[in-house]
Design a protein around this ligand. Structure first.
Ligand SMILES: [Zn+2]
Length: 286
């Protein structure tokens, strides 16, 4: 099954104010309509730790669902705050990455994790091809299709969007403390990312990772599928989870990013108008 075969399932519809009504069940998609004239589309692949009731916690102790292995702590609230502050559209997943990781290509061996940061996932251990296909249909595909639909809406309105993918990272990895407050990840050409790194580094209280804590860009990941293959500008932002562990702090980081992101996008448009031009977006995924 290729990304092009993915079909749309019903997603959360915008309310009268343009705000999302919010997802109800694991596999729903949270869509914030926003204004595509902002030139932005925010994505949050790992927004939630939601599980369908019949799968419980995939055989894990329930407290494991509160860990970073299940979702990006703080990322959803940060994304909503950023979207709200800028009036930008956003698409947020509403299922745990332990079920299936929407930030992986369908042929990626880590699409369904059998082992995650030391935790064996019993409910994934013997999942066969049909089981994976069911999770693609129920969780992965609706989110992926909602992103495609949001991009198509923006293109139809004449506003090719820069794709901003919002994540968070665990402060410790393999017992080593990670020093960065925020990491900006990019794959070639990374022009928007480089502008954002420079802007964030002007804020002297921040340690900003340039393609840290890991290099951006996996073949078939969300940015690759939805930005790179379409020639849309993109950036992936990772904020350290201890800085956004409360709703208040996560919203604060959303507002902080809202103060710098539009300037970076405006600068990109001045320096590289072609990368933001609708003529640059004819490489739709096949
Ligand atoms: Zn993530």
């Amino acid at each position: 099954m290729s990304a092009g075969d993915l079909s749309i399932k019903a997603s959360a519809s915008p309310g009268p104010s343009g705000a999302a009504t919010g997802p109800r069940a694991a596999g729903d998609v949270e869509v914030i309509a926003g204004d595509c004239a902002t030139g932005l589309l925010l994505l949050c692949d790992h927004a939630a730790n939601a599980m369908p009731p019949e799968l419980g916690s995939l055989g894990l102790p329930p407290e494991q669902l509160e860990r970073h292995i299940a979702y990006d702590i703080g990322a959803a609230e940060m994304t909503r705050a950023l979207a709200g502050a800028l009036g930008a559209p956003a698409v947020l997943s509403h299922f745990s990455r332990l079920l299936i990781d929407p930030n992986r290509g369908l042929d990626d061996p880590t699409l369904v994790m059998r082992l995650s940061d030391g935790a064996l996932v019993p409910g994934n251990r013997h999942l066969d091809e049909a089981g994976v296909a069911e999770r693609i249909t129920r969780f992965y595909a609706p989110y992926d299709a909602a992103i495609t639909a949001a991009i198509e809406r923006a293109l139809a309105a004449g506003h090719p969007p820069a794709i901003v993918s919002m994540h968070s990272f665990t402060p410790f990895w393999k017992q080593a403390a990670r020093p960065w407050h925020v990491g900006v990840l990019w794959d070639d050409p990374g022009a928007l990312a480089k502008l954002l790194i420079a802007a964030l580094r002007r804020e002297k209280d921040l340690v900003v990772g340039d393609n840290e804590p890991y290099a951006g860009g996996l073949p078939g990941d969300t940015i690759d599928r939805h930005a790179t293959r379409r020639g849309l500008p993109d950036v992936l932002i990772e904020v350290r989870q201890d800085l956004i562990a409360t709703s208040h702090a996560a919203r604060g980081w959303g507002l902080r990013l809202a103060a710098v992101l539009p300037g970076c996008l405006a600068q990109l448009r001045r320096e590289q108008p072609a990368s933001c031009d609708s003529t640059a977006v004819d490489r739709a995924p096949s």
